[in-house]
Design a protein around this ligand. Structure first.
Ligand code: NAD
Length: 342
C-alpha cells in the first residue's frame, strides 16, 4: 500500500488523475490538496470525495508551514505536483502569482519531500518550457535534451520549477521525475482554454475568438493518456529523468475551431479573428520516443475519437460548466464583451 499526495487535484488534469488513480489502485491512499483558485472546483471531485482511500484538503502549496505539517502527519510515499497557475494570457497580465505558485510553491513541496523522505517527487511540467518551433519545419520536434527557451511568464515559471526539481535531485539526492506534456483536452477543463471555450461559445451561438490568423499549431493529447503516462513515470521512470509526453497530433487553432463547429453543426461565420497574444508561440510538437521505448506508453485516443467524446461530455455536463463560469470567469471574459451574440 502506498500513500500519494496529489496537489492541484481540483483542477483539470489533477482531477482526471485523481479519478484514474483511485479506481486503478483501490488499495493505495490518496490525499489531494488544492487552493481552489478560480481554476479549481471541488464539485469536480464530487464522485470520489466520500471514498475511504481519498481525502481532500483545502490548502495552498505556498503556505510553507501548513505544507510541512501535512507532510509530517501523512508520511507520503509519492508526491505528484499538478498545482500551478496555468493560463498563459493571465501570466502576461499578472506574472507575480505565477512566480509564487509555480516556483515558491514547488520549492516548499521539494523541501518537505526532502525533509520527510518521500520516495519520489514528480513535477508535472509542460512542453512550453522549450519555447516554440517554426511552422515550416515539420521535421523538428521537442526532445528532452532541447534547451529551455521560454516565451511567457507562465512557461518561464514552469521551467524554473523544473530546474529546481533537478537541483534537488543533484544536490540532495531527492528521487524526482519530470513529465513535459503537450496541450491536453478532456472532461473538466476550465472554459478559458481553447477547446472548452470554443465548444461553450459555439453552443451559445457566440462568436469564437481566434488569435491572429489561427495558424499556431499545438500537439493535442487526451487527458486520459496524460494520466496514464504520469502513473507510468512515477512508478517505473528513472530517477532524475525528464519524459516528454505528446500525442503526435498537431493541429492549428483554426483547424480545431472548424472541427468543433462542424461537430456541432454551427456555421464558420461564428469565427472572429482577434488581435494576437503577445509573444504567441508558433508551434509545439513533442517527441515522446523516450517514454514509449522505456516505459511502453502509447496513447489510447485518436483526436477524432477524443474530440467527439469531449463535445458529448460538454453537452451532458452543462451544470458543471455553468457552475464554473462564476464571477471570476465572467470578469475574465469581459475582454470579449464587444463581440455580440448573433
Ligand atoms: N492543460 C494543459 O494542456 C497542460 C499541458 C501540460 C502541462 N500542464 C501542467 O499540468 C498541471 C495542471 O494543469 P491544468 O490544466 O489541470 O491546470 P488548472 O488550471 O485546470 O488546474 C490547476 C489547479 O491548481 C490549483 N492551484 C493553483 N495554485 C495553487 C496553489 N498555490 N496551491 C494549491 N493549488 C493551487 C488550482 O486551484 C487548480 O485546481 C499544471 O502544472 C500545468 O502546468 C497542463
Amino acid at each position: 500500500m502506498a500513500k500519494f499526495l496529489i496537489t492541484g487535484g481540483a483542477g483539470f488534469i489533477g482531477s482526471n488523475f485523481c479519478y484514474y488513480m483511485v479506481s486503478k489502485y483501490p488499495n493505495d491512499e490518496f490525499v489531494c490538496i488544492d487552493a481552489l483558485t478560480y481554476a479549481g472546483n471541488l464539485k469536480t471531485l464530487d464522485n470520489i470525495l466520500n471514498l475511504n482511500n481519498f481525502k481532500f484538503l483545502h490548502m495552498n502549496i505556498c503556505d510553507k508551514e501548513n505544507i510541512d505539517n501535512l507532510f509530517e502527519k501523512e508520511k507520503f510515499d509519492y508526491v505528484i505536483n499538478f498545482a500551478a497557475e496555468t493560463h498563459v494570457d493571465r501570466s502576461i497580465i499578472n506574472p507575480n502569482i505565477f512566480l509564487e505558485s509555480n516556483i515558491i510553491g514547488v520549492n516548499n513541496l521539494l523541501e518537505a519531500s526532502k525533509k520527510y523522505k518521500v520516495k519520489r517527487f514528480h513535477q508535472v511540467s509542460t512542453d512550453e518550457v522549450y519555447g516554440d518551433l517554426p511552422l515550416d519545419r515539420k521535421d523538428l520536434l521537442f526532445k528532452e535534451t532541447n534547451p529551455l527557451k521560454t516565451s511567457s511568464p507562465y512557461s518561464a515559471s514552469k521551467a524554473s520549477a523544473d530546474l529546481l526539481t533537478l537541483a534537488y535531485h543533484r544536490t540532495y539526492n531527492l528521487d524526482v521525475t519530470i513529465s513535459r506534456c503537450s496541450n491536453n483536452y478532456g472532461p473538466y477543463q476550465f472554459p478559458e482554454k481553447l477547446i472548452p471555450l470554443m465548444i461553450d461559445r459555439a453552443l451559445h451561438n457566440e462568436y469564437l475568438p481566434v488569435y491572429g490568423s489561427g495558424e499556431n499549431v499545438r500537439d493535442w493529447l487526451h487527458v486520459y493518456d496524460h494520466c496514464v503516462a504520469i502513473d507510468l513515470i512515477v512508478r517505473n521512470g528513472r530517477s532524475g529523468e525528464i519524459y516528454n509526453v505528446g500525442g503526435n497530433n498537431e493541429k492549428s487553432n483554426i483547424e480545431i475551431v472548424k472541427i468543433i463547429l462542424n461537430e456541432l453543426n454551427k456555421p464558420e461565420s461564428l469565427i472572429k479573428h482577434v488581435s494576437d497574444r503577445l509573444g504567441h508561440d508558433l508551434r509545439y510538437a513533442i517527441d515522446s520516443t523516450k517514454l514509449q521505448k522505456e516505459l511502453g506508453w502509447k496513447p489510447k485516443y485518436t483526436f477524432n475519437k477524443g474530440i467527439k467524446e469531449v463535445i458529448k461530455w460538454n453537452l451532458e455536463n452543462k451544470e458543471w460548466l455553468e457552475n464554473v463560469k462564476s464571477g471570476e470567469y465572467l470578469k475574465w471574459m469581459e475582454k470579449y464583451k464587444n463581440l455580440k451574440k448573433i
